[in-house]
Each structure stands twice: as structure tokens, then as C-alpha cells.
Design a protein. Structure first.
Length: 135
């Protein structure tokens, strides 16, 4: 037997009892289980935390301890470039070159401390912007 077509847009309640508006819970059927203190979802309401979109943190190159850092400037540049590129991809090569003009020990100190690295990158960007503006 085929279901009857909907009348006025509604299926007969005997066929789809859960779709019938105004019908209460069916006896013997378990109710929706919610965690303690949780409210049922309301269309247009706030999403529960487990359904909210995940914003992944920006990837950062791992900071190595100073004793493991290379002492050769070329190798230091290869290690330093991705750290700078994560902050400013457009000027990463110029900023890396500017930082490599420092002493090796000072570069090690900068690489070992993320705050120091950020400060020096910002300082190098200021220098680049002032020279670009005066040219």
C-alpha cells in the first residue's frame, strides 16, 4: 500500500506521528537526553561550544634552545627565515638579512625568545617603511 499524498501540505498523522504538529510525546518513547544544565537547541540561537567552528592557531616554527642553534650565518638564515616569514611573508628575505647582520650570540638570544623576535621584526619593518617612504 502506498502512502496517501499530503493533504494541504500535511501527511496524515497516523503515518508520521512525529511530524504531526501539536502532538505531544508518544508514550513509551524515550525523550531526548541532554547533559545536565544544557538547554535544547533553538533555531537561530547560539551554537553549543562543540558545534562552533574551530579556529586553528597560526603555525609557528618551533623555537630551539640556544645551545642547539647553528653557528654558521647561512644555516642561521635558513632557520631564521621561516620564523620571520610567519610574521611578514612579503618582507621575510629583507628582514632575515637585516637580522643576520647582528652577532651570532645576539641572533641566538633573539631566536630563543619569541617576544624578542617579534620586537626585532617590528623594528626591522619600521626601518624598511621609513627607507621606502624617503625613497
Amino acid at each position: 500500500m502506498r502512502p496517501r499524498p499530503p493533504v494541504d501540505g500535511m501527511y496524515p498523522p497516523y503515518m508520521y506521528p512525529m511530524m504531526h504538529p501539536g502532538m505531544g510525546p508518544m508514550p513509551g518513547m524515550p525523550q531526548q537526553m541532554l547533559p545536565p544544565g544544557a538547554a535544547p537547541m533553538v533555531p537561530g540561537g547560539p551554537m553549543p561550544p562543540y558545534m562552533q567552528p574551530y579556529a586553528a592557531p597560526a603555525p609557528q616554527a618551533p623555537v630551539r634552545p640556544a645551545q642547539q642553534l647553528p653557528t654558521d650565518k647561512e644555516q642561521l638564515g635558513e632557520y631564521l627565515y621561516p620564523l620571520v616569514e610567519a610574521k611578514d611573508a612579503k618582507n621575510a628575505a629583507k628582514i632575515t638579512g637585516m637580522l643576520l647582520e647582528m652577532e651570532v650570540d645576539q641572533i641566538h638570544n633573539i631566536i630563543s625568545d619569541q617576544g624578542q623576535l617579534d620586537k626585532w621584526i617590528t623594528e626591522a619593518l619600521k626601518v624598511l617603511n621609513t627607507t621606502a617612504a624617503s625613497a
